[in-house]
Design a protein. Structure first.
Length: 517
């Protein structure tokens, strides 16, 4: 284990609390530390803030009742996260709406929630306590246009609205923010306390002392191909949103002996590889509304496609209850005979009616220097090569190098299921089904995608990072998706609330420590 004993090391400058990573979690930690009297430095490796937070749907998962929220979180994590850690998140979900409203007041922003709306607004799965949940988000910031203010961001507008509110709040506090300042290494003293961080500044490397503590809020490892190869079986899994999330915080914490958890678990789905090999992100398929397992018949938004494997056969429900979280999992099958993943890539298939329904892809990223959008009629994407066209299914089979008889059989079975209004093979909701019968036909390769990882350093209820010996690493804290609490099934909007809740806990606890001086 490599550490740097700084007992006799010269520091270039000093702060009370140093926060690494400027997304929702890092911002929340910085504000909490500042509110508790700390002199705070917030650093970000990229030239622009926001991480993947700014690309999000912006809807923070809220709860009416602590006990119900805790029951649900306990079930959805399948025994993989300690009760006291989940209790902190559950409690935070009961107060997040008030917190967002307080933040919104600085910007004069309008806060809305799904509480009281017609229809079901609870959790994603029928676990105990599901009905306590709803979402809170920013609907409007006066005088602010997210498209012109953040032209380098693609995703949901509400994520940008929430980030603008965060920026407005930070601007009113005495918190120093430095962009293009990646953290390189955590520094310790002879007592094993985390005392500072070595960073890359514009004028060279600098050593920054943290008199009270350091908060790592620098996200996951979705853009680190080597880490993905080591922790996940299937490959490749393509990143969607941020090339900056390369697991830096995980590696730095491991240097100090941090234990890890939930490394297998990531939030993902399936989608398109960009035809331009230099483009750094994959493109998610259109986000359709989630549906509740016990109310599958109520899912009424038609999905215009099916997905088939490399033998032209369906193998999954293309519209899971929470498609953007679990639909990649069915692609993980490994064939030991052929030594391959016969579902990577798979093929999405639709007809002319499906092509005209809506845009198939949804770019999402936070990155200067690139630009990508998706057209409503999908014709530009046809020209680019995201999808390809054939006049008959036999021609389509030739395009994707599958047996035409098998493909025709798959489509016939699917169309028969649509007539029966019942998918007996994989249980796709009837309201999402539509036949594939009107030529021309379209196809595109689809791959497993990762939106964000949940794994990272183990932390306790105080957000202290825990070592492999089971003890806290002194003065080192985690926030956000750097070791998320979600270890089995995700709860939509849960990571956003987790960013604010864990950021506030980490920042508060770091600022409360006795100064090293």
């Amino acid at each position: 284990m490599q550490t740097t004993d700084v007992s006799n090391v010269h520091f270039d400058e000093e702060f009370d609390v140093v926060v690494v990573g400027y997304g929702f979690a890092g911002a929340a930690a910085s504000m909490a530390a500042h509110d508790n009297g700390a002199k705070v430095l917030l650093i970000e490796k990229m030239a622009y803030p926001g991480g993947i937070s700014i690309c999000s749907g912006g809807a923070c998962r809220s709860a009416r009742d602590f006990d119900k929220a805790f029951q649900y979180l306990k079930a959805t994590n399948g025994g993989r996260t300690p009760d006291d850690v989940l209790a902190v998140l559950a409690e935070g979900m009961t107060t997040i709406r008030d917190h967002i409203e307080n933040l919104a007041g600085v910007s004069g922003a309008k806060v809305i929630s799904s509480e009281g709306e017609a229809g079901r607004a609870g959790g994603n799965y029928p676990f105990p306590g599901w009905d306590t949940f709803y979402h809170s988000s920013i609907a409007e910031v006066p005088g602010f246009d997210p498209l012109t203010y953040y032209p380098h961001v693609r995703g949901f507008p509400a994520g940008r609205l929430l980030f603008k509110v965060i920026e407005d709040n930070l601007a009113k506090q005495d918190i120093e923010i430095r962009l293009e300042t990646p953290a390189l290494q955590l520094l310790t003293n002879s007592a094993g306390e985390t005392t500072g961080v070595r960073v890359q500044a514009s004028d060279g490397e600098r050593r920054i002392k943290a008199r009270k503590g350091i908060v790592l809020a620098c996200g996951g490892f979705e853009a680190n191909e080597e880490m993905k190869r080591q922790y996940w079986q299937m490959a490749p899994v393509l990143p969607v949103m941020a090339r900056s999330n390369t697991g830096d915080g995980i590696s730095m914490a491991q240097e100090l002996g941090a234990d890890l958890w939930h490394m297998w678990h990531y939030h993902g789905s399936y989608g398109f590889k960009h035809p331009d090999p230099s483009f750094p992100y994959a493109i998610r398929m259109k986000r359709l509304p989630d549906w509740f397992p016990e109310e599958g018949a109520s899912a009424r938004v038609q999905m215009s496609w099916i997905v088939v494997d490399q033998q032209a056969r369906r193998y999954m429900n293309e519209n899971d209850p929470y498609t953007q979280d679990t639909n990649h999992r069915a692609m993980e099958l490994f064939d030991p005979v052929t030594q391959s993943f016969p579902r990577i890539p798979s093929h999405v298939i639709l007809d002319e009616e499906g092509r005209k329904m809506y845009r198939l892809g949804m770019p999402a990223y936070n990155d200067w220097g690139i630009s990508e959008h998706w057209t409503d009629d999908n014709l530009r994407e046809l020209e680019m090569g995201f999808i390809r066209k054939a006049e008959t299914l036999d021609e389509l089979a030739e395009l994707i190098s599958v047996d035409a008889a098998v493909l025709n059989e798959t489509i016939d079975l699917w169309n028969a299921s649509c007539q029966l209004d019942r998918d007996e093979d994989f249980g796709r909701p009837p309201g999402s089904m539509m036949p594939i019968a009107t030529p021309p036909f379209y196809t595109g390769e689809v791959w497993p995608l990762v939106s964000n990882t949940q794994g990272g350093p183990v932390h306790d209820a105080d957000q202290r990072i825990i070592s492999v010996t089971g003890r806290p690493i002194p003065r080192l804290f985690a926030a956000g998706e750097l070791g998320s609490s979600f270890g089995y099934l995700y709860l939509s909007g849960g990571n956003l609330t987790e960013c604010f809740v864990t950021g506030r806990v980490a920042g508060t606890n770091a600022a409360s420590l006795e100064s090293l001086d």
